[in-house]
Design a protein around this ligand. Structure first.
Ligand SMILES: [Zn+2]
Length: 364
């Protein structure tokens, strides 16, 4: 990515800066090209690194600017910067896309599709799909290593009373204790604590239940085997922990929340943030799309840097040092949003919903 683009993004701090920076369709396209093809333009069909611009050439009708053709002789694929990304065949100007993404990233916990629609002048279903396009762009692919904290929590409200459904059990003998949706959170603890050190990454996934196979499924996808796990003593975690390089646990049952550096406080803080975001912004998210929302919340979590330290006293009078965080400016988060866009595609369904055609980036 050129320094010019970084400079442009760095200069965006206010709303009017953003409007000024995202002026003109050509300008926005060039910004997007620099972010999507940060390592140079690559063909989205075959990954070939050489292609030619067709703009201005007479191909029967004049080719539009931003149209390229792969120079690989067996491929010859014609593409633009949005081809095979979540913005594939969009009818909206790229200026509207960049504005919308800036709006979403600028808000502290996210923005509902209703408010986004009002702010940028599109319909609510369109705004909803734009939000999901962003969340798809933010799907993590690499595995977390280092010190990784895991924790489980539930989302959703208490169930409606229903005379036809049996009473909930107490969580024993296979009876469900709740009808809420269980979620597993995985958070990488920040490695460094000095000024400008980045926050760890955070992931969360909806699970069918808090059983061992489900925990194994999520952890094998999200955590590298070299990781040092920290968790409470939930029994599913206990047996899975053996697969990883190291596993330490704390005993919540004995009201123990930290033993020196052994704790899952980052994961618990992330859980809190997820719950507050859902309650405050989205009110209700369907378990089917919850993982997409978690991508966004996890991305926000990672887009922070240490801005200082403060000495605080605990209720028991002990001194603790708390890290203070500040977030990376929303415009400067955009390159990270687009860094592995190619290959990830959303499709509209007939009923106006979305399906994810592919969530894995190719030719990044
Ligand atoms: Zn090609």
């Amino acid at each position: 990515m050129s320094n010019e683009v970084v400079e442009t993004l760095r200069n965006i701090s206010t709303l009017s800066d953003m409007v000024e920076a995202f002026r003109g369709e050509d300008h926005c396209r060039q910004l997007l090209e620099q972010m999507v093809w940060a390592n140079g333009r690559a063909c989205p069909a075959c990954g070939y690194r050489i292609s030619t611009a067709l703009a201005g050439r007479d191909l029967g009708r004049r080719a539009r600017p931003g149209l390229y053709q792969c120079s690989n002789r067996v491929c010859r694929f014609q593409f633009t910067v949005t081809t095979r990304t979540p913005l594939h065949s969009t009818k909206l100007p790229l200026r509207v896309w960049l504005t919308a993404l800036w709006f979403i990233l600028q808000s502290d916990k996210g923005i509902s599709s209703v408010r986004l629609a009002e702010a940028i002048g599109v319909s609510q279903p369109t705004a909803w799909r734009m939000g999901h396009a962003l969340r798809l762009l933010l799907t993590p692919e690499d595995q977390l290593a280092g010190i990784v904290e895991i924790d489980d929590f539930y989302i959703g409200g208490s169930p409606r009373k229903n005379a036809d459904s049996p009473h909930l059990g107490r969580g024993r003998k296979g009876q469900p204790r709740t009808t809420k949706t269980p979620v597993l959170a995985v958070v990488r603890r920040p490695e460094q604590t000095q000024q400008a050190a980045p926050a760890g990454e955070a992931r969360a996934r909806v699970v069918a239940d808090l059983s061992e196979p489900e925990a194994r499924r999520v952890l094998s996808e999200a955590v590298d085997l070299s990781a040092h796990l920290m968790s409470d003593e939930w029994k599913s975690f206990m047996s899975i922990g053996q697969a990883f390089a190291k596993h330490d646990t704390i005993r919540h049952s004995e009201r123990q929340y930290a033993r020196g550096s052994i704790h899952a406080n980052s994961a618990e803080a992330f859980n809190d943030r997820v719950r507050r975001t859902i309650t405050g912004v989205f009110h209700h998210i369907s378990p089917r799309h919850a993982d997409l929302y978690f991508n966004e919340i996890g991305f926000r979590w990672s887009q922070r840097v240490v801005s200082g330290q403060a000495v605080r006293r605990t209720r028991l009078g002990r001194q603790v040092i708390k890290l203070l965080w500040s977030r990376i400016a929303p415009a400067l988060q955009l390159p990270a949003v687009f860094k592995s866009a190619v290959g990830r595609q959303l499709r509209r369904t007939r009923d106006g919903g979305i399906t994810i055609k592919c969530a894995v980036a190719v030719f990044g």
